[in-house]
Design a protein around this ligand. Structure first.
Ligand code: ZN
Length: 174
């Protein structure tokens, strides 16, 4: 997926942050960064690798890497007595997994790597147009992306209005 990772991350992180008003800002920020974190490998793809290997084949697009990283972070936080921050590891991992799940719709993701090279994808997008990204934009899966973007925009606008209303009310009460 192209444009839906961040909005989907917003919706998921917002859901996880409910009932945790003291940490909601940190949860939203961590979740949204992690919703696009695997695609930071595009810098390596373009600048170092010279576009030789599809970036979905890097370890940054394999679940086990993120599971091990999250387990290490959780261990460090637990041992250092910062258990209250474990929720940030949880929201980060949930968003990375959502990213891989969304990538797995039209691109092949190796969910079992390094134990198996088996690739999982829901649909195969045929190469009919040039440049390559038009194949994805003209595919029906892009409608799903637009719906996610639209949903997140509606929810974010509502959240922002609520937040602004509360700030104005607080200012008027002073
Ligand atoms: Zn990706």
């Amino acid at each position: 997926m192209f444009i839906a990772h961040l909005p989907a991350g917003y919706l998921l992180s917002r859901f996880i942050s409910r009932g945790r008003p003291g940490q909601s800002g940190a949860i939203l920020a961590t979740g949204m960064i992690c919703s696009v974190l695997p695609d930071f490998d595009l810098a390596y793809f373009y600048l170092v690798d010279g576009r030789r290997t599809p970036h979905h084949d890097y370890w940054t697009h394999t679940p086990l890497f993120w599971l091990v990283l999250a387990a290490c972070l959780a261990l460090v936080l637990t041992l250092s007595g910062r258990r209250s921050q474990l929720i940030l590891v949880g929201v980060g991992l949930a968003n990375v997994m959502l990213h891989l799940l969304m990538d797995s719709i039209a691109a092949d993701i190796r969910w079992l790597y390094p134990f198996s090279d088996l690739r999982f994808n829901l649909v195969h997008v045929q190469a009919l147009y040039k440049p390559w990204y038009l194949n994805f934009i003209f595919h029906w899966t892009f409608v799903a992306e637009l719906l996610i973007v639209l949903s997140a925009a509606v929810v974010a606008t509502r959240d922002w209005r609520l937040w602004r209303g509360r700030r104005l009310a607080a200012a008027a009460a002073r």
